[in-house]
Design a protein around this ligand. Sequence first.
Ligand SMILES: NC(=O)c1ccc[n+]([C@@H]2O[C@H](COP(=O)([O-])OP(=O)(O)OC[C@H]3O[C@@H](n4cnc5c(N)ncnc54)[C@H](O)[C@@H]3O)[C@@H](O)[C@H]2O)c1
Length: 414
Amino acid sequence: MVGLGMIFDETYLPFFRANRRQPLYVPPGTPVACRLAAVATRTGARADRLAAAEPALGPFANFSGPDAVDRLLASGVRAVCVATPDDRHHGPAKAAIAAGCHVLIEKPSVLRLDQVDDLVALADRHGVLAKVVYHKLADPDHKKLRTLVADGVLRHVNNGYCSLLEPKSISGGQFAEWVSGRNPGTYVAVHYLKLIDFSFGPAWALDRVAATGQRGLVGPADGPTWDSVQLQVTYRHPDAREATFDVHTSWVTPDNFPGYVEQEVQFRFDNAVWAAHQRKRGVELTVEGRTPHELKNTPNYHYNGTFLEPWGERTQRGYGVEVIERFFREVAHVEFGGEPAGRAARLREMRGLAYNDLSADRNCVAIVQAMEAILARAAAGAPGCLVKVNGPAGGLALYEPGNATPTVLYHGRV
Ligand SMILES: NC(=O)c1ccc[n+]([C@@H]2O[C@H](COP(=O)([O-])OP(=O)(O)OC[C@H]3O[C@@H](n4cnc5c(N)ncnc54)[C@H](O)[C@@H]3O)[C@@H](O)[C@H]2O)c1
C-alpha cells in the first residue's frame, strides 16, 4: 500500500480486514488469501497507529521517507495499490510495475498520456496488470444505466450534466499538504468522465475539451490553485452527431453540507432522460448533536457503510470496497486461476476488462491533460482555450483565442 490516507481508511482497510477472515478467491484446488504486507508513506505515523489499533490485520512492514517505495518493493510484495495524492501516482506505479508487481492506481490514474503509454508498455513487458479504481462503475444505479444503454432501451446519448461538490475541509484540511497548484476537476470530474466514456462508448470518438473555473478561496485569485472547475467535453458518434457533457466540480462547499459530497447527473437520449442523485436515495436521517457532521443527513450507504448483517456479522461493505476486492480477484485469477501455462491467456483476459484497465483510460487521461493545460493557460493570463482531439495538428492540440497556431500537448493519437 503506497499512501495511507482517507481513501485507504474508507475502502482498502475494510477489504484487508475482511480478507483476514475469509479467503479471497477459490479456484479449483486451493483457496487464495490476500494480506496487507507492507505500506509506504511520507512519515510512517499513520501506519504505526494502524498496526497498534488493528492487530487482527497481521504484521506488516512500515516504510517511510523518500526511499519508502523502493524499500517496499524490495520487501517482496506481489501487488501494489497506489493511493498517493493525484500528482504522485506515476512514480510509484512505474517503480512497482518495473519490479514485477501488479498495480492498482487510485483515480485519476495519471495526469498525461505519455505516462499512460509508459505504464502500459512497461506492464506489457513485465507481464502484470496495471489497473485504475473507478468505483462509480460498480454502483448498481450506474450498472443499470449501462445495461439499459447496452440493451438499446436508452438510445443515442446527446448531452448531459454532472456535478460533484466536495466540502471545504477537503481543500483546506485533508489535502492542504498538496493542494497548491491543483484543481477539483482532476480530483473528481474523472469519476463522471469514466462513467460517460465507459457507459456510452467505445464506438464514439472524443473530439474536444474546454474548461474554466474560479479561484480566490483555496489560494490567491490570480494563482494556479482552483476552487471550482466547469469542464465541457464533446464526443462524436459514428453517425457524426455530437454529444456534449458539462461536468461541474468544487472543493469549497460548506462543511455542514447534509451529505459527504453533492453528486447529481442528468443524461438526455434520443428517447429518454436519466436523472440521478447519488445521496438522495431515500434515506434521510437526523440525530441530535451528530448530523450533519459525524453522521450525514442523506447518506449513501451503497458506496460504503458499516453494517450489522441480518445473520449477526459486523461488516463494512459497498461498491467502494467491492471494486478493490475485484482487482485482487483479477490478480488471483491471473496467478492462481489454472495451470501456469495458461497464465498469459488469463493475463490477456483480465487486461481486456475496459472498466479498470489502464490501457482503456486514454480518453479520461486525455481530458484531464487537456483540462490541466487549459487551466494553466488561464492562470497565466490566457483564458478560454480549447483542446482539439486527434485533429490535423496532433492527438491533443491546445488553441488559444486569437492564435491559429496550436500548442501540441500530445503528438500521438489519443
Ligand atoms: N476512489 C475515490 O472515491 C477516492 C476518494 C478519495 C481519494 N481518492 C484518490 O486517492 C488518492 C489519495 O487520496 P486520499 O484522500 O487518501 O489522500 P490523503 O492526503 O488522505 O492521503 C495521502 C497519503 O499518501 C501518502 N503520501 C504522500 N506523498 C507520498 C509519497 N511521495 N510517497 C508515499 N506516500 C505518500 C501520505 O503519507 C498519505 O498517507 C488520490 O489520488 C485521490 O484522488 C479516491
